[in-house]
Ligand binder design. Structure first.
Ligand SMILES: [Zn+2]
Length: 369
């Protein structure tokens, strides 16, 4: 090939991005059901309140409800999904399909989160809820490997921030730490429920040398992020979008970081960003206006996530495709997000390195051609 001919970069389409190795740290089990499974399970357990029993209509209903612009209303959609996830069989099935769907989307490492306390309506003990999801994850992992899509999947146990069971859920994390329970999280409406309400759980986890992330700075501002980091000691931030409120960009494009934003960047605190979900909840007006663009340019430890695949009608591939379209990102940036996420995973260091060196880097090298 003549030396002066520059090969055009391969355009990043969903068809190529799906083949890239991806890492997902923030995905809710009850936000990622297949619509067909939701309909099946509702039928099995006699749940009659689904808005539709037609697959495309139901999928559309979830997406439309999620675009209401309010986090509180967005959270209401979970009433339907959790209603059918109250038996061991349904939890095993949903977890198994979740892992298989992620693997088929090119995800090579995933941390899937769910709140055990939302799955006890039929008196399933918390320990059996966790074991069912672990068994489903193991079954899904085996099926994915057989289908030619190897994946490592772990789970995070979430406590609801408006409830009072966080210490109990934190103890459950420790009880199951020798299986694939990677860590802890708190989720739910932020306003009025600061993370410091759950300080007891976080202090316990720190004494146990355990890992946790906190949903913070999604709908609510800097105080929530500050409490999550400086009072609770979170390893990662779920979303953390509002950290941009502590960054001033001058007319010449120079960014001035406030003390908290500087701390987050200096300490390489991972931000579990989910652009489509944030647009739906009103935390950003569009993907192109999403703070992920600025935070990526400023080299914060940004990671890309799905949050709720059913409600957002998204996948890791669609999120990365949307980012590539909005900001012109190529393989280097997508690899950077992926390595950021892998470095931030709640997985032992040596195992993280193995995935980075043996799977992620060779995968992107191959795509760059
Ligand atoms: Zn979330």
């Amino acid at each position: 090939m003549p030396g002066n001919v520059r090969r055009m970069p391969t355009p990043l389409t969903a068809e190529t991005i799906v083949t890239a190795p991806k890492v997902l740290l923030h995905d809710h089990l009850d936000g990622g059901l297949r619509p067909a499974t939701l309909i099946d399970l509702a039928d099995e357990v006699g749940y009659r309140d689904l808005p539709s029993t037609n697959v495309p209509d139901l999928a559309r209903w979830f997406s439309e409800s999620a675009y209401s612009g309010s986090l509180e209303r967005y959270l209401e959609t979970f009433t339907h999904t959790t209603a059918v996830m109250q038996t061991r069989e349904s939890l095993v099935r949903v977890a198994s399909e979740c892992v298989q769907d992620l693997a088929a989307d090119g995800v090579v490492y995933a941390e899937i989160r769910f709140a055990p306390e939302l799955h006890t309506e039929r008196n399933l003990p918390l320990t059996e809820v966790v074991q069912a999801v672990l068994d489903g994850v193991a079954a899904g992992t085996r099926a994915a490997i057989q289908a030619g899509h190897p994946i490592r999947a772990r789970i995070l146990l979430t406590a609801m921030r408006h409830a009072a069971r966080s210490r109990e859920i934190a103890e459950l994390c420790i009880a199951f730490r020798d299986q694939e329970v990677a860590g802890f999280d708190i989720a739910g409406a932020e306003a009025g429920f600061p993370p410091t309400r759950h300080l007891d759980a976080f202090e316990y986890l720190r004494r146990e040398n355990a890992h946790f992330t906190i949903h913070a700075g999604e709908a609510f501002g800097l105080p929530s992020i500050w409490e999550a980091l400086q009072w609770c000691g979170a390893d990662r931030l779920g979303h953390g979008v509002r950290i941009v409120d502590d960054i001033k960009v001058d007319r010449d494009g120079t960014a001035e970081l406030g003390l908290l934003a500087a701390y987050v960047r200096d300490k390489r605190i991972p931000l579990e960003m989910a652009p489509t979900s944030n647009v739906q909840t009103g935390a950003a007006s569009s993907i192109a206006d999403h703070p992920i663009g600025l935070l990526t340019a400023l080299k914060f430890r940004v990671t890309v996530n799905t949050d709720n695949r059913l409600m957002s009608g998204c996948s890791m591939t669609s999120e990365m495709t949307a980012l590539s379209e909005a900001f012109g990102y190529g393989w280097d940036t997508l690899q950077w997000y992926t390595i950021n996420a892998m470095k931030s995973a709640f997985l032992p260091f040596a195992e993280r390195l193995t995935i980075i060196d043996n799977v992620i880097k060779p995968g992107y090298d191959r795509l760059r051609g």
